[in-house]
Design a protein around this ligand. Structure first.
Ligand code: NAD
Ligand code: TDX
Length: 360
């Protein structure tokens, strides 16, 4: 039985990954989910797995070396999938410090603990023990040439405190691979969307606002381009790299699905009209009139676009869900989980929204 340590498993992608792993491997695996439960961590995301005998949740900070080392002592962990991070660019612009703590120091703490547990006296590592660091395309910066893409060889050029902290964590993982021959991989993925995404991010925020007749705040001219991937396709890529990828390699993950933000918003509005019953009173609330152009994000990267050639060629990964289908699946999921959204937007979220959007 393989034992996984998943960090940040109560967040958006981490919880999807835990579902993905259980669906794929069932009782063949044991998963320990370590999460600090920040504003972004939500145990509701894991309701259907919480009582499984081969699942354990541990509330801990990845910067807490003692807590992390104790887990490596207690279990023979042979897979680490490291998601835990502060992940929102706007928050990083307001307060970068926690981004460095969690994303850089937290990653180092995990690397130290895994290395100490897995390294043998002769300097080699326990066989078939692997660490996967989940990172982002934002480390590569912004593309100006429309024909250009991010490759694994593209020079790092982070701009926001978030992407700078993720770049630093990637470099720390690289340093462990290069210096200690530590068995790891890095994946750099494009923007994800799908179930359980916290409504501070573009798609769930616009979805929630549109359904409630709240303004849709578009930063700048709305023409910034992101490359969108359905979250389950990301999880599949992570798992394939961890099982079949060459150790010490970086793999970019993305589905060649570039859209301007304003196009995304129009797609959401159109899909809502299509999916809501004709007599639903929200049909009248959902309207293009809600689109409101607001002050741009500071240092706003113009375009991200991933070249996924390497992961396709080496591990045979390909995305299964096209955007048109993925956005409808996502909207249906939010329709079926109205309470989940209500819980997210109660309490601190209102304060956050006020701070971020009221004078914009
Ligand atoms: P998220 O913000 O939804 O979840 C982050 C999780 O980490 C939360 O459950 C939170 O409680 C936990 N966490 C935060 N600080 C912690 C700490 N100090 N100790 C333990 N747990 C802590 O993030 P997400 O969107 O699911 O992103 C997951 C990972 O994937 C991140 O590393 C992010 O950089 C990367 N990524 C995200 C995207 C995307 O589009 N969302 C794209 C590419 C890469
Ligand atoms: O209210 C908004 N209005 C708006 O125009 C919000 C929240 C966003 N935007 C724009 C900014 C971006 O160009 O939409 C685009 C997407 O914004 P986010 O959802 O905040 O994502 P982004 O900044 O692109 O970063 C995301 O993708 C890469 C994730 O948050 C990161 O964790 C991931 O690494």
């Amino acid at each position: 039985m393989k034992t996984y340590l998943v960090t940040g498993g109560a967040g958006f992608i981490g919880s999807n990954h835990i579902h993905y792993l259980f669906k794929k491997y069932g009782e063949e695996i044991f998963i320990i989910n370590v999460d600090k439960l920040t504003y972004a961590g939500n145990l509701e995301n894991l309701k259907d797995v919480e009582n499984l005998p081969n699942y354990r949740f541990v509330k801990a900070d990845i910067c807490d070396a003692e807590a992390i080392e104790a887990l490596f002592r207690e279990y023979d962990i042979c897979r680490v999938v490291h998601f835990a991070a502060e992940s929102h660019v706007d928050r990083s612009i307001k307060d970068p410090t926690v981004f460095v703590k969690t994303n850089v120091l937290g990653t180092l703490t995990l690397l130290n603990a895994a290395k100490a547990a897995w390294e043998q006296e002769d300097g080699s590592y326990l066989p078939d023990h692997r660490f996967l660091h989940v990172s982002t395309d934002e480390v590569y910066g912004s593309l100006s040439d429309p024909e250009d893409y991010f490759y694994e060889t593209t020079k790092y050029d982070p701009h926001s405190p978030y992407s700078a902290s993720k770049a630093s964590s990637d470099f720390m993982v690289k340093a462990f691979m290069d210096t200690y021959h530590f068995p790891a991989n890095i994946t750099n993925c494009s923007n994800n969307y799908g179930p359980y995404q916290f409504p501070e991010k573009l798609i769930p925020l616009m979805l929630h606002n549109a359904l409630n007749g709240i303004k849709l705040p578009v930063y700048g001219d709305g023409k910034n381009v992101r490359d969108w991937l359905y979250v389950e396709d990301h999880c599949k890529g992570i798992d394939m790299v961890q099982e079949q990828g060459r150790l010490f390699e970086t793999y970019n993950i993305g589905g060649h699905n570039e859209r301007q933000n304003i196009q995304i918003i129009h797609t959401i509005l159109d899909s809502l009209h299509e999916l809501l019953p004709a007599d639903d009173p929200r049909q009248k609330l959902v309207s293009e009139d809600l689109i409101t152009y607001v002050t741009d994000r500071k240092g706003h990267d113009r375009r991200y676009a991933i070249a996924p050639d390497k992961i396709k060629a080496e591990v045979g990964w390909y995305p299964e869900t096209c955007f048109e289908e993925g956005i409808k699946k996502t909207i249906r999921w939010y329709f079926e989980h109205e309470d989940w959204m209500k819980n997210c937007i109660s309490g601190d979220y209102q304060k956050y929204y006020e701070e971020m959007y009221s004078n914009r």
